[in-house]
Design a protein around this ligand. Sequence first.
Ligand SMILES: Nc1ncnc2c1ncn2[C@@H]1O[C@H](COP(=O)(O)OP(=O)(O)OP(=O)(O)O)[C@@H](O)[C@H]1O
Length: 230
Amino acid sequence: MIAMEQLQAGYRGHAVTPLLQGRIAAGAMMALVGENGCGKSTLLKTLAGLLPPVAGNYTLGVPRSQIGWLPQQSEIEKQFPISVFDLVAMGSWQRSGWFKRIGRALRNEIMASLSKVKMADFADAQPDELSGGQLQRVLFARLLMQQASLLLLDEPFSGIDSQTVDLLLALLREQHQQGRTMIVVLHDRAVVDEWFPEVLCLQREQAIWSPPTSHLSLLSSSPRQAGASL
Ligand SMILES: Nc1ncnc2c1ncn2[C@@H]1O[C@H](COP(=O)(O)OP(=O)(O)OP(=O)(O)O)[C@@H](O)[C@H]1O
């Protein structure tokens, strides 16, 4: 699904990642790991189309509308003056349309997503009334509603208790079993070893793919050139 050819991610022409050459297959459940500052978030933002590549190029096998994106900090989301229910409903806007009334079937789906993350009782709450872990569960419910085929999650478990981490990991595995592709930035080696069959480790000089990726000499479709946006 994702092919990277001599890709380097960074800011304003300055690379922060090593050269990335390889592919991530559709349906992969991949952990993105490495020391602080090695460029994990920067790579994820680049793949999400929020930053242009500094060098090389990549292809995503899906349109940008099929990306489910969970950034590292969700404090901004907390200030949104809407209910938890509406925040989760935002995940389905592509299916329902922005200004259409939410019908019974969609309402049930939203409540089912909130139940999956054990937050159904908070449907009428405001995001700023939630703890960090509760808000993260709500954002996962929104992600489920999105039904995106590519999930890019940046440290989704930081500051979350282990029970909740297990709940969210089980949901991710369910998404994986449904054929979705995911790249998740993680720091907890035990979580990576237990849950993630594939790992991309960024180091200063090189990237280590596990299992080793097939070398790419050609990209199959029009690549994103450095400087281009999605
Ligand atoms: N907006 C920015 N402009 C310029 N440089 C940045 C910007 N954001 C981050 N950096 C730098 O890019 C490098 C990589 O940062 P990044 O956040 O991608 O690392 P990371 O691997 O995700 O780190 P961590 O594990 O601490 O979250 C760091 O040296 C950081 O200082």
